[in-house]
Design a protein around this ligand. Structure first.
Ligand code: IVH
Length: 671
């Protein structure tokens, strides 16, 4: 009896898989939805009767399993990079020229173009043809384990097809985009509106929010879909180019987008771009541009990547879309450095699937240049993720109700007179004790561009400041459970989490600390330059203006700003307080000026460049390459499938760096 059940179960699963494939991948179903549903119901009831016979790859397992406590981290075997964006024909031509130059080739190179899907990048791992691990991109190096959530996406195969001529490696890693259809997005938001829940701003956020549900049963209710666009570090046998790769992936059961084209010249690429622009609105999913890739995989390999993005691909974005709306009011925000930014409050309007209600007006001159009045009808645009901006006023739509925008004479927060320094467009509050500036500084200090303390976003910092718990940078480090749990809305758990997150940031890299201080003109790049020139913060604080200005990459404005910042006794005290509160800076003994004196050892295969190219990069910058492990080695670069060398290196306590870190190193040092 049991054998028969097993056979029937296998038959049902096979049929369901096949029909799902015909439906989702081939777009060519042969049975009616009702018939498919009845197969599915039979499978479910049989599995209910024989729970021991349920397999992990059974289509029934899509409905969502146990809820999770938290997402486990997943290290990507090769980094998941982003793409560089371009916006024009000339930038595209430049991209192509760069490819030829890098490859030193005159031979024609074909390109493949794909719609740029506006969803969420995921990585899927198949072992022996079974889906075993799925993750988000995360920071590119480490993502989150969302296997259970991804299993609920019907378009993602749980098990790959094998036919006589399709073989897959023991382990196959594919990458692609999970997205919501426009219809699915609209339906989801309608439902949320009914339930009084906050609406998702756009399909991409909705997709991300759906995948990052700890309870996969919720994910299962969201109409998510998937297209594959590439592979991880795996090499499929006999696949010379991206188009063959797509054919193979489709045979294996992955949905491949139908608007992908192979182009033999740049005109063809441009034509397809124009074509995608015209069909864009008719598609059932959002696309925000076109991805252009070098077709041949061996050339992709040779081109490799910078720290950020591959050299063999580029995202040619669509121009920003524009809509008209009305400016209801303008208010004035005080930034971290005292800059006053006028912000327009717009009558909410949808743009590219996003509800827009505010637009930056940059500064006083900008308002004058645009001739903007309150209640004016304006044209608004949004390019990518940036803050929406007002393109122009439409004076023909004036009704006579408009009134001028009064730029304040005094700081809206502290009341001190505002100043506009000679030759500058920005109006500032120069009261360094202005509470609004202090608050912004504190928000920046622990925010994404500062120490990046998890759980200390804008809202929480505001609350900590308003309740008097935090006044200075150092105060973050002396917070305790008692101080936090007394606050409205804070439970024991959230207090604990934040305290742990703060503890983690007690030991920081010098560059991160410098950036977190919020010195004017000092962003990530400048902070990195300063950190590599000064062995510790004391040396930086003691540096003379001349010394700062001599550093390559530090201009007059920035150098002066850094000098003035550290000349100020209050700022020096701020930094010292941090150390008294327990902050430590990771010591950097390396000579960052070049790779001089550093000896690299490679183990495992690199995914974005060949071993030879990597060695060349090291040598070009004065470093040496070793072939075996010894105490002489300063850096061990660990690629995929690294062998015994990695173990030995770890035993010797040598510094291990992954591919992304290595790329960053050679890239940064190259400058
Ligand atoms: S290839 C290493 N192809 O765009 C290059 N990406 O801006 C990997 N995306 O993180 C990307 N459609 O999430 C590629 N056809 C496509 C894509 C695509 C959408 C997303 C992807 C990536 C982001 C980069």
């Amino acid at each position: 009896m049991e054998r028969e059940v097993v056979k029937r179960l296998e038959y049902l699963r096979e049929q369901i898989r096949l029909h799902a494939y015909r439906y989702y991948v081939l777009d060519d179903p042969v049975i009616a939805d009702g018939e498919y549903d009845s197969l599915f119901r039979e499978l479910l009831s049989l599995e209910e009767a024989y729970p021991d016979l349920v397999t992990a790859d059974s289509p029934s397992q899509r409905v969502g399993g146990q809820a999770l406590e938290a997402f486990a981290p997943v290290e990507h075997l090769s980094p998941m990079l982003g793409l560089d964006n371009i916006f024009s024909r000339s930038e595209f031509v430049e991209f192509v020229e760069k490819v030829y130059r890098y490859l030193k080739s005159d031979e024609p190179i074909h390109l493949i173009v794909e719609p740029k899907l506006d969803g969420l990048a995921v990585e899927l791992v198949y072992r022996h043809g079974i889906f075993v691990l799925g993750s988000t991109r995360g920071d590119g190096v480490t993502g989150e384990d969302i296997t259970a959530q991804l299993k609920t996406v019907p378009a993602i195969p749980l098990r790959l097809f094998t036919t006589a001529d399709t073989i897959y490696p023991e382990e196959l890693i594919v990458r692609g985009e999970v997205f919501l259809t426009k219809q699915g997005f609209a339906a989801l938001n309608r439902q949320r509106e009914k339930m009084g829940e906050p609406l998702f701003a756009n399909p991409r956020n909705a997709a991300a929010g759906s995948l990052r549900q700890l309870d996969p049963k919720i994910t299962a209710q969201r109409p998510l879909s998937f297209y594959v666009y590439g592979i991880g570090h795996t090499v499929l046998p006999a696949v010379p180019d991206q188009e063959t790769l797509f054919i193979r992936l489709r045979e294996l059961g992955f949905p491949v987008n139908g608007l992908i084209r192979v182009c033999t010249d740049t005109e063809e690429v441009e034509r397809h771009y124009q074509y995608l622009l015209t069909v864009r609105n008719d598609l059932d999913y959002e696309i925000d541009g076109m991805v252009v890739k070098v077709g041949r995989l061996d050339l992709q390999q040779r081109l490799g990547a910078t720290a950020r993005a591959p050299r063999w691909a580029v995202a040619w974005k669509f121009p920003a879309t524009q809509v008209t709306t009305v400016v209801d009011a303008v208010d004035f925000q005080v930034g971290r450095t005292g800059a006053i930014t006028p912000v327009a409050h717009l009558r909410p309007v949808e743009l590219n699937g996003v509800i827009v209600q505010r637009a930056t007006l940059h500064n006083r001159d900008e308002i004058a240049r645009k001739g903007l009045l309150i209640h004016d009808t304006v044209l608004v645009q949004r390019a990518g993720d940036v803050i929406p901006e007002i393109v122009k006023v439409i004076p023909e739509m004036r009704t006579g109700q408009e009134r001028p925008i009064r730029f304040p004479q005094n700081c809206p927060e502290c009341g001190q007179p505002l100043v506009q320094p000679e030759g500058e467009a920005v109006v500032r509050c120069v009261n360094r004790y202005c509470p609004a500036q202090q608050l912004q500084k504190l928000i920046h200090f622990v925010g994404k561009n500062g120490l990046d303390v998890e759980g200390l976003g804008k809202k929480n910092v505001e609350q900590l400041v308003q309740s008097g718990r935090v006044q200075t940078f150092a105060d973050f480090f002396t917070l305790d459970k008692k101080a936090l749990s007394g606050l409205n809305g804070w439970g024991e758990k959230s207090a604990e989490n934040v305290l742990t997150a703060i503890e983690k940031k007690k030991n920081v890299e010098l560059a991160q600390l410098i950036r977190a201080l919020g010195i004017r003109y000092v962003g990530e790049v400048t902070a990195g330059i300063l950190a590599s020139h000064f062995s510790d913060i004391d040396h930086l604080m003691a540096a003379g203006k001349e010394q700062l200005l001599q550093i390559e990459g530090i201009g007059e404005q920035t150098g002066t700003s850094v000098y003035e910042y550290f000349e100020d006794p209050d700022n020096r005290a701020t930094v010292r307080q941090l150390f008294s509160a327990g902050l430590t800076v990771q010591s950097v003994q390396r000579d960052h000026a070049s790779l001089n004196g550093r000896v690299f050892l490679f183990t495992g295969t690199l995914s974005t460049l060949s071993r030879e190219e990597a060695k060349q990069m090291v040598k070009a910058q004065g470093g040496q390459v070793a072939t075996s492990i010894s105490r002489r080695v300063t850096d061990v670069v660990v690629g995929n499938k690294a062998g015994s060398k990695q173990k030995k290196a770890a035993e010797l306590g040598l510094a291990l760096v992954n591919e992304a870190e290595f790329l960053q190193l050679v890239h940064r040092e190259a400058k």
